[in-house]
Design a protein around this ligand. Structure first.
Ligand code: GDP
Length: 392
């Protein structure tokens, strides 16, 4: 499907930048337009792919291009004040050619955390196409303020979008590596997963027609109904250019091998589907109770078959308990078979409950510290017997 992507804040801008790169590399055609919005000029300048004219600096009157620190209330305020500048950039893109908006932001910071929900609300008022969010949760080692920001942004963002796709930095940190050091790799993981998913609805004329193509409306239907989504992914390298016969081409004999190939293909698909659903999700959660799901199988068409996808789909129905599991293929000439599973409307998410708990503790601590420091300052400045008087 064709998306208008708007990256809000530093993480949002960088991720949209990577999506443009992915689009170029894979010819998937999902990014119809890309915009970056930030209150920090340096972050906008650091982007590589997003066209200069589509980089919008907001809040100049308030923060003079220096960003909002990690103050997401200020981030929300300046987004509201300067929403017209963002709208001007959106006016310049052909929104009639777009299937949906995707607003991307890190939820732990300031500009994106506060601004992304404001923008989503604005877009919902003006446009009839769906507005999706891609929200990134901070690592647990980033500290209380980031957790508090993320918990508050999450609540608000979910309410303002048609669906919030969540990616949790914490569960993607490499052992021994700080989240910061690994952003490049993490961003690549993000675009691979969401790229395969959204690319499925965008099979162009020169690509082979899939046996059972996923189209944009199936992605939209899976995401409709709102709530929170997570994505599972698994892939396996395969050889390209094996032609239709696969093994039989190498062994040179007849139809018996073709049967074997079909069975292999089906088995590969079903095991990839299991790996994708039971492995690391973009937001870790219990998949049982998922409301709707979509299975996309990408790869060279000779490695895809209807039976495998149908089996994978049935298995997902059983695991999730959902009656609405869609599935289809996405042929592409890349030497890998990959399964992406969109689980939409997940509700059993212990990670979010923990995030909220830590956020509440951080909030209480911050209130205590502030009250204490006011008291301490008063004690320092005022003389004990109150004998001195200030000048005015
Ligand atoms: P903002 O510019 O004020 O919106 O804040 P940032 O986007 O810099 O940071 C918000 C949060 O996003 C951080 O707490 C990190 O968890 C996360 N983050 C920052 N940069 C990246 C990135 O390149 N990739 C990912 N996945 N997360 C990032």
């Amino acid at each position: 499907m064709k998306l208008a992507m708007i990256g809000f804040g530093q993480a949002g801008g960088k991720i949209v930048d990577r999506f443009l790169d992915y689009d170029d590399r894979t010819n998937s055609g999902i990014v119809r337009a890309a915009i970056a919005v930030n209150s920090a000029k340096a972050d906008l300048m650091g982007l590589e792919r997003i066209p200069q004219d589509n980089r919008v600096l907001i809040g100049q009157a308030r923060v003079k291009g220096h960003g909002v620190g990690a103050d997401n209330e200020l981030g929300a305020e300046i987004a509201e004040e300067d929403i017209d500048e963002v709208q001007n950039a959106i006016d310049a893109i052909p929104t009639h050619e777009v299937d949906a908006f995707l607003v991307v932001a890190g939820m732990g910071g300031g500009t994106g955390s506060g601004g992304a929900p404001v923008l989503a609300k604005h877009l919902q008022r003006i446009y009839t196409i769906p507005v999706y969010g891609l929200g990134v949760l901070p690592g647990t080692d980033e500290g209380g303020i980031y957790t508090l920001n993320a918990a508050r942004s999450f609540q608000t963002f979910v309410r303002e979008v048609d669906n919030l796709l969540v990616f949790d930095n914490d569960s993607w940190r490499q052992t021994g590596e700080s989240v910061e050091g690994g952003y490049e790799q993490i961003n690549e993981e993000i675009v691979r997963r969401f790229g395969l998913l959204f690319g499925a609805g965008e099979v162009s004329g020169d690509q082979e027609v899939a046996e059972s193509v996923v189209d944009s409306s199936e992605i939209i239907n899976t995401l409709s109904g709102g709530g929170v989504s997570t994505v599972g992914f698994a892939s396996e390298e395969v050889d390209l250019n094996t032609g239709g016969g696969l093994l039989s081409r190498f062994t040179g004999d007849g139809s018996g091998d073709d049967d074997l190939d079909a069975a292999n293909t089906t088995n590969r698909i079903t095991s990839l589907v299991r790996k994708a659903a039971l492995g690391r999700l973009t937001l870790p959660c219990e998949i049982e109770g998922t409301e709707r799901a979509l299975l996309v199988l990408g790869g060279p068409s000779e490695y895809l078959n209807r039976k495998g996808i149908e089996r994978g789909r049935k298995w997902l129905e059983e695991e999730t308990g959902s009656m609405e599991v869609r599935g289809g293929d996405y042929p592409r000439e890349k030497p890998e078979v990959a399964a992406a599973i969109l689980l939409s409307g997940v509700t059993n998410v212990p990670r979010i409950k923990r995030l909220q708990q830590v956020a509440i503790e951080a909030q209480d601590n911050m209130d205590d510290i502030q009250a204490e420091s006011e008291e301490n300052l008063e004690e320092l400045v005022e003389d004990d017997e109150d004998e001195l008087e200030p000048l005015f």
